[in-house]
Design a protein around this ligand. Structure first.
Ligand SMILES: Nc1ncnc2c1ncn2[C@@H]1O[C@H](COP(=O)(O)OP(=O)(O)OP(=O)(O)O)[C@@H](O)[C@H]1O
Ligand SMILES: CC(C)(CO)[C@@H](O)C(=O)[O-]
Ligand code: BAL
Length: 280
C-alpha cells in the first residue's frame, strides 16, 4: 500500500502578503484564531501558552520576532538567543497551525514613524530601568494584532507588568481581542523558565532559584524586602533593580482599595537580568 500520509507541516509566513494568505486559509469556515506573540528560543513556558490557545480557539498562530524597538542600545538585542529550526519543531509538536516570522523590514519599513505610549500600569518598575521597553512592546504588539487579527491572545504572567500593559492598550484602543494571562511555568527548583536563562553559567544557574525562594519568603512573612535584598546579594546576585509589592490590578502602590497584591522583582545575576513575580 503506498504511503500517502504526509507528516503535518506547520505553515510559515515571513511577509505580510504570505501571512494574509495563510490566515485566509486558516479562517475557512469561520475558525477562531488564537495568537501567541514571542521572541523565539521557545521553552515549555511558551508551549504552555500555545497549548492553552489551542484549547480556546480552532487555530493557533505564533509569531517569532526579536523586536529591536523594546531593546535599549546597551541591551542584548544582538546576543538574544535564536533557534528558528528548533522553535518550528517545538511548535509543530504542540499543534501550532501557523508561525509568523517577520523580518525587521516587514514590521518597521523605512517610513515607519509611530509609537504607542502608555501611562498607568506602564509607569515604574520595568520602566524605571528600561524606559523604552513598554513603548516598544505596545507598538509591536499592536502591529502584530492588526496583522493577525486574532480573537484571543495569550501572554505569560512571568512578564506580569507587560500583561497589564497589553490589557490596558487593548481596552483603551477598543481592539476587541480577549487577553488571557497564563501562570508562570517553572523549573522543578522554582526558577521561572525564560529564554535568557540560557545566558546563565552553571554556577549562576545554581544560585538563580534563590530569587523565587526569596519572593516566597517575603510573601510568607519570613523576610522583609530589605533583608531579602541583603540575602540575595550575599548569595551572589548583583544589582537589584526592584523588589516591590504592588496592587495587582493597577501595578501602582498598594492602597486600602487594593483587592489583590503582587510581589514583583527584577535583578541581575552576572550579565543576566532575571525577572519574576508571585501573588502576595
Ligand atoms: N516561564 C514562563 N511561563 C509562562 N509564560 C512565559 C514564561 N516565559 C515567558 N513566557 C511568556 O511567553 C511570551 C513570550 O515571551 P518571550 O519570548 O519574551 O520569552 P521569555 O522566556 O520571557 O524571554 P526573556 O528571556 O526575553 O524574558 C510572553 O507572553 C511571556 O510572558
Ligand atoms: C510580547 C513580546 C513578544 C513583544 O515583543 C515580547 O515582549 C515577549 O516575548 O514577551
Ligand atoms: N519577555 C520580555 C521581553 C524582553 O525582555 O524584552
Amino acid at each position: 500500500m503506498p504511503d500517502t500520509a504526509k507528516p503535518f507541516e506547520i505553515a510559515r509566513a515571513r511577509t505580510l502578503p504570505a501571512l494574509k494568505a495563510e490566515l485566509a486559509a486558516l479562517r475557512t469556515g469561520g475558525a477562531t484564531i488564537g495568537f501567541v506573540p514571542t521572541m523565539g528560543a521557545l521553552h515549555d513556558g511558551h508551549l504552555a501558552l500555545v497549548r492553552h490557545a489551542k484549547s480556546l480557539c480552532d487555530k493557533v498562530v505564533v509569531s517569532i520576532f526579536v523586536n529591536p524597538l523594546q531593546f535599549a542600545p546597551t541591551e542584548d538585542l544582538d546576543r538574544y538567543p535564536r533557534d528558528e529550526a528548533g522553535d518550528i519543531a517545538r511548535l509543530q509538536s504542540v499543534g501550532c497551525d501557523l508561525v509568523y516570522l517577520p523580518t525587521v523590514d516587514v514590521l518597521y519599513p523605512k517610513n515607519f514613524v509611530s509609537r504607542i505610549e502608555l501611562a498607568g500600569p506602564a509607569l515604574g518598575l520595568e520602566t524605571d530601568f528600561r524606559p523604552q521597553f513598554f513603548s516598544g512592546v505596545a507598538t509591536v504588539v499592536s502591529k502584530l494584532f492588526n496583522q493577525v487579527r486574532p480573537d484571543v491572545a495569550v501572554f505569560g504572567e512571568k512578564d506580569f507588568q507587560q500583561l497589564a500593559v497589553v490589557r490596558a492598550m487593548v481596552r483603551d484602543f477598543d481592539m476587541g481581542i480577549e487577553i488571557i494571562g497564563m501562570p508562570t511555568v517553572r523549573e522543578a527548583d522554582g526558577l521561572a523558565l525564560s529564554s535568557r536563562n540560557a545566558y546563565l553559567s552553571p554556577e549562576e544557574r545554581a544560585i538563580a532559584p534563590k530569587l523565587h525562594q526569596a519572593l516566597e519568603a517575603i510573601r510568607d512573612g519570613h523576610l522583609t524586602i530589605d533583608t531579602a535584598k541583603t540575602e540575595l546579594q550575599a548569595a551572589g546576585f548583583g544589582q537589584i533593580d526592584y523588589i516591590a509589592l504592588r496592587d495587582a490590578d493597577t501595578l501602582g502602590e498598594v492602597t486600602p482599595e487594593t483587592t489583590s497584591r503582587r510581589l514583583l522583582a527584577a535583578l541581575w545575576l552576572g550579565k543576566t537580568r532575571l525577572i519574576d513575580n508571585i501573588p502576595a
